[in-house]
Every structure is written in C-alpha cells, then in structure tokens.
Design a protein around this ligand. Sequence first.
Ligand SMILES: Cc1ncc(C[n+]2csc(CCOP(=O)(O)OP(=O)(O)O)c2C)c(N)n1
Ligand SMILES: [Mg+2]
Length: 273
Amino acid sequence: MNLSVKANELRKDVIQLIYDAKGGHIGGDLSVMDILVTLYYEQMNVDPAKMDDPNRDRFILSKGHSVESLYTILADKGFFPKEDLDTYSQFGSKYIGHPNNKINGIEMNSGSLGHGLPVAIGMALAGKMDNASYRTYVVMGDGELAEGSVWEGAMAASHFKLDNLCAVIDRNRLQISGSTEDVMAHEDLKKRWEAFNWYVLDIDGNDTEALSAAFEEAKELKGRPTMILANTTKGCGVSFIENRANWHHKVPTDAELAGALKELDQKILKGGR
Ligand SMILES: Cc1ncc(C[n+]2csc(CCOP(=O)(O)OP(=O)(O)O)c2C)c(N)n1
Ligand SMILES: [Mg+2]
C-alpha cells in the first residue's frame, strides 16, 4: 500500500467530516495523519475484531483534539461502520470531539493534554511485568510538552527501561495560540529527551518511509524508550491551511472545502505527497 496516498485520501475524509459537522481541529489532524497511517496500516498489531486480545499493541492519541484523523482511520479499517461518523459531534453521539473509550479501537479517553504519556507508561510497564510481547505507542503534540506530567513521564519511562514504549511528538511548531517557541519554548528538544535517557530519532514526520524506518529501528532497541521527533507541517497537504495558527480549529467555507479536496486529489493522482 502507498501510505502517502492513503494519508491524503483520509485527509479528504477529515476535511469533509469537519465541514459537515461544522467543527474540528483541522490543522493538527492534517499534520498527524502520516504518523497515524504508518502505525495503523503497517506497524501496529491491532485487529478490529480482537480489541480484547491481551497481546494487541496499545495506542494512545494523547493530542486527543486530533480525533477526527483517528476516526477516519478506524472507520476505514472497520473498527465501526463508516455511517456512524454521520453522528459525529451531534448531541447524544459517542463520536465526540475527543477520543472516547466507548468506541471500538480507542483505548483511552484523552483531550486533556499531558495524560497520554503517563498512561502509556503504565501500559508498557504492565507489559514488562507480564512478560507480554505487545508494544505501546503514544502520540503527543508539541504544545502539549508544556504540561509538567510529560516530564515526569520522561523520567519514569527511562527509569523503568521501557524499550516496549515508542512515543511520537507531532512537531508542527504551532499550538493553539501561535508558535510553540513563543508560547513555551522547547528547543533543543532532541537534547532534552536525550538528557532523560531516551533514544531520539529526529525525522520528517510527513514522510511515511522515514516514519516506517523509525518505528522499525525503535523495535530493535533494547533498554530504553524511543522518542520520534516527527517534524511535520500543521495543516499538511492543503496550501492555505499549512503553517497557519488560526487553522488550529476552524471550519472550511464551501470554496475552501472545494479547494482543499482539489489540492489533495492532485497529490493523490501524483501518487504521493
Ligand atoms: C490540559 C489542557 N490545556 C489546554 C487545552 C486546550 N488545548 C487544546 S489543543 C491545544 C494546543 C495543543 O497544541 P499541540 O499540542 O501543539 O497540538 P497540535 O499543534 O498538534 O494541534 C490546547 C492548548 C487542553 N486540551 N488540555
Ligand atoms: Mg503543535
């Protein structure tokens, strides 16, 4: 499967979903898509019919506001019927604006930033104690790193030598109100995670081949958790959404919807990014 094409097809679904529901975190959905596609279509051992399998890989979308990207993947993979998403964001629907573990495929409620890494560490530690073979994956935002609980997790994961844990930071350099470096500076991010004794890979996070290679490398590593610094573009794939803080949470107009779908169709026709 061409993962870049799949990611752009799902970007179209995300934009349509947000347009129809008149709400959603579009910028972060588009930046994280290649990461999620590489995990769900290539890397992770998760089966929609076996979410009670103790050996399934665990996944937490800690930047829970990007749930629309996860929804389109789970629907496409058959975790629930695609029509369920017609109720997205409607009163009474379980398909709300942040991950909800009442939905097949979702392990943890998230959205309050800073909680995904600590919970993932618990899952990975439990896996070690049980001598289990599953791996645990967690995806965080870069703005999310302003939460102190992330750094408590950074300490704990290396303390417990959690080589069955792979974290990813969607490093799009924007958070809700502007540049991460203006709101709460993070650099030098690589050195910071290395100082906490993580193995750090610094890659192009919108390149599915680079992502595949990084996840494979993490699987081989022993004695330390891996952090993938996935350098992405917020709004990736749509020129007028890319790198603009005001598209963190915004609904496209009719003309913007048409323009966005057209840009993505052109990329799909070209067979990639
Ligand atoms: C604890 C907490 N504080 C504030 C928010 C509000 N909030 C939602 S998204 C967001 C910005 C997150 O930025 P980032 O992690 O960089 O996400 P991305 O750029 O990938 O969308 C904030 C502050 C929240 N969800 N949780
Ligand atoms: Mg960000």
